[in-house]
Write a protein that binds this ligand. Structure first.
Ligand SMILES: *Cc1c(COP(=O)(O)O)cnc(C)c1O
Length: 232
């Protein structure tokens, strides 16, 4: 299967789920290109894909610099990985979005390091819905509300919503509970902050339930680019 065909299939499937669950809002596709070469990103780009997600700061910034050097227009770059504080500058200087904000220290640094000419950095809070210790993200509602208020105060950031990664072994019923909780939190934030418009849940394995539960930005890697090899 080619990347271009995969994108067509995933896009068609998203539309199928939208009509199956009578979802009226658009559901956007974020192509997760971590560990994949620049050429694969360009293959997806040539098939019409414009939103790309990267997990590793260095790798992502290299792809972004190359795309900029080649004057490739209209790409939106999303940082979706765990954030170490020594990488915030690189992230703030290159990316358009950060979906994986999980603590105030990172928020402060991203705000300070965002270059003015790039405009506001769009930011989502990562929620640790599955409450796994090794996964980043905030969990309790009060922590989420506090971090949201903190992000909304930053002049160089724009608070846009929530992102979460479900447990990949979850039963459909558990997934549905977790995603439903996310949607409730998202609706609550949306009623407080007019800039909030993003609920990013759903990956290759759980896209259907995520769309059913109100996702408007699914993050798909494997299904588009094939399995990842981390030992290269
Ligand atoms: C890798 C990754 C994805 C994509 O996962 P697939 O299962 O390959 O679709 C989505 N979101 C995040 C945060 C990821 O790290």
């Amino acid at each position: 299967m080619t990347i271009s065909n995969n994108i067509k299939q995933v896009t068609a499937e998203i539309e199928e789920f939208r009509s199956k669950y009578k979802i009226s809002h658009p559901v956007n596709l974020l192509a997760v290109s971590k560990t994949k070469p620049y050429e694969s990103v360009m293959e997806a780009y040539n098939a019409g894909q414009r939103r790309f997600g990267e997990n590793y700061a260095q790798e992502g910034c290299e792809k972004i610099e190359r795309a900029n050097a080649e004057h490739i227009p209209d790409i939106e770059w999303f940082f979706i990985g765990p954030i170490q504080s020594n990488k915030t500058k690189m992230i703030a200087e290159h990316f358009d979005w950060v979906l994986s904000c999980d603590r105030s220290k990172i928020v402060t640094r991203l705000n300070e390091q965002r270059p003015f000419h790039k405009g506001k950095l769009k930011v989502c809070i990562q929620v640790n819905i599955s409450e796994e210790e090794q996964k980043s993200g905030v969990y309790t509602e009060s922590e989420i509300m506090d971090l949201a208020a903190f992000i909304a105060k930053q002049p160089n950031l724009e608070f846009r919503g929530l992102m979460a990664i479900a447990l990949n072994t979850s039963e459909p019923a558990t997934l549905k509970d977790e995603f439903t909780r996310m949607n409730i939190l998202y609706q609550k934030l949306k009623s407080i902050y007019p800039t909030v418009d993003t609920l990013s849940i759903g990956m290759t394995a759980d896209m259907e339930i995520a769309v059913e539960c109100g996702s408007n930005l699914v993050r798909i890697g494997t299904r588009i680019f094939g399995a990842r090899n981390y030992n290269k």
